[in-house]
Write a protein that binds this ligand. Structure first.
Ligand SMILES: *Cc1c(COP(=O)(O)O)cnc(C)c1O
Length: 403
């Protein structure tokens, strides 16, 4: 590493809060699936900023839309109207089959907004007694970092030391339909859940789980809130991961790739009833729905569709997972994934995933270890077959040599 990179790390360490422990690679440029550090070394990005850059780094058409809009108008606040908002609504509603849209910025804000809307729906439409609304969530969930959200996390690292927390949440085991059914009460207003748990290590629920969840939600008049902030917008080889399950959520949360990594843009998508309870003044955001965000999101969605990225995720994902399964290594316990949302779980004796991520970095691949023993793989959806081969070859070497 160059002295400049070392100096920058030193400054970060002395001035910044230490709430992250990044892999020491000082990136300064990106294009498509590739990243370069300040010393000119090239890496293939297998994290995609936690799936925020599904469209690839610095996608030229999104960049152009952003620059063009930045020259015209960036922010008005929602006190006035802007000429991009309606077009954004129209396009995202059409693409996702939604009836109503609430634009926000970060993913966590979309989650918080959905919790507020669903509780209000519970009181005003379902008739739950005031202050009694309950929302069911899954064990090992990840929905963001705000106080409301970490309060119903089951990860001691995420919640420890941050209480007291808001009441009104009930945790059930992810993938366990009996546990979900048992947790339902007349005061249940929603079930907030990820279609595939990303941060937990790419955990896919048992076949048929979501079909039963959907049926029970309908039967008990409970809104199904799918957090597709990571799984949505092509990552799993479908526009929304719910399509794999053959179901439709009542409320869908998207973020991350909604801007292709240029800008924080998120949205709550719902049927009319749930978002319909929000009246003027009851919810808002200074930046939510601003013209720059809308212009960027519109192009981020457009390129996903026009450039066939969703189909490519399905195709390259299937090829990638098959290739990972071919690797013979004593270190590998399991390979799992859907589309380009993949994970290699290592045996506990393998010595931790971090070691493997460091070795992959030396060979030009940037991956993220998760929960100690899993390597998460999520390249931009523009990855080509020969690039997948390139990654597989290096994975094979690292997984066998380090084992
Ligand atoms: C990243 C993520 C969030 C939070 O998004 P932020 O933009 O970091 O607030 C919420 N839910 C899921 C499933 C995520 O992956």
């Amino acid at each position: 590493m160059s002295p400049i990179a070392r100096d920058l790390i030193q400054t970060e360490m002395s001035l910044g809060a230490h709430n992250y422990q990044p892999i020491d690679v000082m990136l300064s440029r990106g294009e498509g699936v590739w990243l370069w550090d300040i010393d000119g070394n090239r890496y293939l990005d297998c994290l995609s900023a936690y799936s925020a850059v599904n469209q690839g780094h610095c996608h030229p058409r999104i960049m152009e839309a952003m620059v063009e809009q930045a020259k015209k108008l960036t922010l008005t606040s929602r006190a006035f109207r802007n000429d991009q908002l309606a077009l954004f609504y129209e396009e995202i509603a059409h693409l996702t089959g939604s009836h109503k849209v609430l634009p926000m910025n970060s993913g966590a804000e979309a989650v918080e907004s959905a919790v507020k809307a669903v509780r209000k729906w519970g009181y005003e439409v379902k008739g739950v007694p005031d202050g009694e609304a309950e929302i069911i969530v899954a064990s090992n969930n990840f929905h963001g970092r705000t106080l409301g959200i970490v309060g119903f996390s089951t990860d001691p690292v995420a919640r420890g030391g941050f209480g007291p927390f808001a009441p009104g949440f009930r945790v059930v085991k992810f993938g366990d339909i009996a546990a979900f059914e048992a947790a339902l009460s007349p005061n249940t207003v929603g079930f907030l859940v990820e279609p595939i748990q990303g941060e937990a290590g790419v955990i896919i629920p048992p076949e048929g789980y979501f079909k039963r969840v959907r049926a029970l939600c309908t039967e008990h008049n409970v809104t199904l809130i799918l957090d597709e902030i990571q799984t949505g917008l092509g990552r799993t080889g479908k526009m929304l991961a719910e399509e794999h399950e053959g179901i439709e959520a009542d409320v869908t949360l998207v973020g991350k790739a909604l801007s292709g990594g240029f800008y924080p843009v998120s949205a709550v998508l719902s049927n009319t009833e749930v978002l319909g309870v929000l009246k003027p003044g009851q919810h808002g955001s200074t930046f939510g729905g601003n013209p720059l965000a809308c212009a960027v999101a519109r192009m981020a969605l457009k390129v996903l569709v026009e450039e066939g990225m969703v189909e490519n995720a399905a195709e390259q994902g299937a090829y990638f997972i098959a290739g990972l399964e071919q690797i013979r290594s004593n270190a590998v316990k399991e390979v799992r994934g859907r589309g380009l949302m993949l994970a290699v779980e290592l045996h506990p004796e393998a010595g931790g995933a971090r070691r493997y991520c460091q070795a992959l970095k030396q060979r030009g691949i940037l991956c993220k270890d998760t929960h100690e023993h899993s390597i998460r793989i999520a390249p931009p959806l523009v990855i080509t077959r020969s690039e997948v081969d390139w990654v597989l070859e290096r994975f094979g070497k690292v997984l066998t040599e380090l084992a």
